[in-house]
Design a binder for this molecule. Structure first.
Ligand code: HEC
Ligand code: HEC
Ligand code: HEC
Ligand code: HEC
Length: 172
C-alpha cells in the first residue's frame, strides 16, 4: 500500500518537467516564424524582404560613365581604389536623375573617418592626428580629394616632423 508513497515525489517532478516541455513547444510553435528552416537555419522570407529594399548605391562604373573627368584624375593618385560612394555616400537617386544634386562631403568629417590616427590601424596606412595636422583648415585646402597628393600651396602641416620623416622615407 505504501509502495508508491516515496516515489510520489519523483512523479510530481516528472509532471512539472512534462508541463514545462509542453509549454516550451507551444511557445516555440507560436514565436518561430513560419518560413524558418525552409532553406536552412534562417527565416526564408527575409530573402524576399531584403531583395525588395530600394537600391541605394549605383556602383562606381555608373558614376564613371558620366564623370569620366573625375575618374581620369582619381586613377593617377592614391585614392584610385577608393570608390566614389565610399566618400560621396549612396547616390543611386542622383545617378538615375542627375538633377537631384548631391551634397558635397565635409572633408573635416569624411577624411578623418579613414585617416584619423589610431594605433589599431595598420602602420603602412597614412594617418594623421587631424586636430594637429590640419590646423583647423578643411583638408581640401591642401589636398585634392580625388588625388590626395598635395595641391600647390605654401601651407605646411603642424606635424611636419612626422611629415618630414615620411618624405625622407619616400625619397629612399
Ligand atoms: C547620368 C549621368 C550621371 C551619373 C550616372 C552620375 N552623375 Fe553625378 N552629376 C551629373 C551631372 C550632369 C552633374 C552636374 C549637376 C549640376 O551641376 O547641376 C553631376 C554632379 C555631381 C556632383 C557635384 C555636385 C556639385 O555640387 O557640384 C557630384 C559629387 C556627383 N555628381 C557625384 C556622382 C557620383 C558619386 C555618382 C555615382 C553614384 C554620379 N555622380 C553619377 C551626372 C551624373
Ligand atoms: C576620397 C574621397 C572621394 C572619392 C573616392 C571621390 N570623391 Fe568626389 N569629391 C570628394 C570631395 C571631398 C569633394 C568636394 C571637393 C570640394 O568641396 O572642393 C568631391 C567633389 C566631387 C565633385 C564636384 C566637382 C569637383 O570635382 O569638385 C564631383 C562631380 C565628384 N566629386 C565626383 C566623384 C566621382 C564620380 C567619384 C568616383 C569616380 C568620386 N567623386 C570619388 C571626395 C571624393
Ligand atoms: C574610404 C576611406 C578613405 C577616405 C574617406 C579618404 N581616404 Fe585618403 N586614402 C585612403 C586609402 C585607401 C589610401 C591609400 C593608402 C595607400 O595605398 O598607401 C589613401 C591615401 C591618402 C593619402 C596619401 C597620399 C600619398 O601620396 O601618400 C592622403 C594624403 C589622403 N589619403 C588624404 C585624404 C583626404 C584629404 C581625404 C578627404 C578628402 C581622404 N584621404 C579620404 C582611404 C581614404
Ligand atoms: C595646411 C595644409 C594641410 C591641411 C589643411 C591638411 N594637410 Fe594633410 N598633409 C599636408 C602636407 C604638406 C602633407 C605631406 C607630408 C609629407 O609629404 O609626408 C600632408 C600629408 C597628409 C597625409 C599623409 C600622411 C602620411 O603618413 O603619409 C594624410 C593622410 C593627410 N595629410 C590627411 C589630411 C587630412 C585628413 C586633413 C584634414 C583633416 C589634412 N590632411 C589637412 C598638408 C595639409
Amino acid at each position: 500500500m505504501n509502495r508508491f508513497k516515496d516515489s510520489e515525489h519523483l512523479l510530481r517532478v516528472t509532471g512539472v518537467f512534462l508541463a514545462g516541455i509542453v509549454l516550451f513547444l507551444c511557445l516555440r510553435a507560436w514565436f518561430v516564424p513560419k518560413s524558418f528552416g525552409q532553406y536552412g537555419h534562417y527565416r526564408a522570407d527575409s530573402i524576399t524582404e531584403i531583395a525588395a529594399l530600394p537600391i541605394r548605391h549605383a556602383g562606381h562604373e555608373v558614376c564613371e560613365s558620366c564623370h569620366a573627368d573625375v575618374l581620369e584624375v582619381k586613377h593617377t593618385g592614391k585614392h584610385a581604389n577608393v570608390n566614389c560612394e565610399a566618400c560621396h555616400g549612396p547616390l543611386a537617386k542622383h545617378a538615375e536623375d542627375p538633377s537631384i544634386k548631391p551634397v558635397l562631403p565635409d572633408t573635416a568629417v569624411l577624411c578623418a573617418r579613414c585617416h584619423e590616427a589610431n594605433s589599431a590601424k595598420p602602420k603602412w596606412f597614412p594617418q594623421v592626428v587631424t586636430a594637429e595636422h590640419s590646423q583647423g583648415l578643411p583638408c581640401n585646402t591642401c589636398h585634392q580629394p580625388h588625388k590626395p597628393g598635395l595641391k600647390d600651396t605654401d601651407a605646411k602641416p603642424a606635424d611636419s616632423k612626422t611629415a618630414d620623416s615620411k618624405t625622407a622615407e619616400a625619397k629612399k
